[in-house]
Design a protein around this ligand. Structure first.
Ligand code: ADP
Ligand code: MG
Length: 149
């Protein structure tokens, strides 16, 4: 499925649609080069889950955890750009963070990928003539759960 995201408000609507369906254990794998819009979409999802404050880019800390009551469900925002080997995801304790939470992952391929997991929605963001385009590939029942943005 392809979704046109011509501007930031389209990104916010897309993030809200994802957030409304998001459940603990799900993974949103965000692929695309530098500047593709991964952090922008992650912020839109986290904001729509209820977080009112800033959402720092986790590229230095690698993981940021958001917990209720700030957000509807616990969500981990991870940026694996700096991982040089997938095994490092164990060193940062990713599975401990993920327990009972949803995961939003930038540069998922650097962590070995998540597409094999049943609850993984893979989104690839690309520059388009007009803003961005999202190529969405659903795992499990994801696409049925998500309302049209
Ligand atoms: P990434 O995390 O993939 O490196 P960012 O989310 O930081 O990319 O986005 C880079 C820039 O692209 C930001 O300035 C952001 O405002 C802009 N941007 C993101 N999505 C869109 C969109 N749909 N249309 C236009 N500009 C966008
Ligand atoms: Mg980013």
């Amino acid at each position: 499925m392809k979704i046109a995201l011509p501007d930031l408000s389209a990104m916010e609507r897309f993030g809200a649609a994802i957030a409304s369906a998001l459940q603990p254990g799900d993974v949103i794998a965000l692929s695309g080069g530098l500047g593709a819009g991964k952090t922008t979409l992650a912020r839109a999802i986290i904001a729509a889950l209820g977080h009112a404050g800033e959402v720092p880019s986790p590229s230095f800390a690698i993981v940021e955890l958001y917990e209720p009551p700030t957000v509807r469900i616990p969500v981990v925002h991870a940026d694996f750009y700096r991982l040089s080997h997938p095994a490092e995801r164990d060193e940062i304790g990713l599975d401990d963070y993920r327990a009972g939470a949803a995961l939003i992952a930038e540069w998922p391929e650097n962590a070995g990928g998540f597409a094999h997991e049943a609850g993984c929605l893979s989104i690839t963001l690309q520059a388009a003539d007009d803003g961005r385009i999202a190529i969405v590939e659903g795992g499990g029942d994801w696409l049925g759960r998500m309302p049209c943005p």
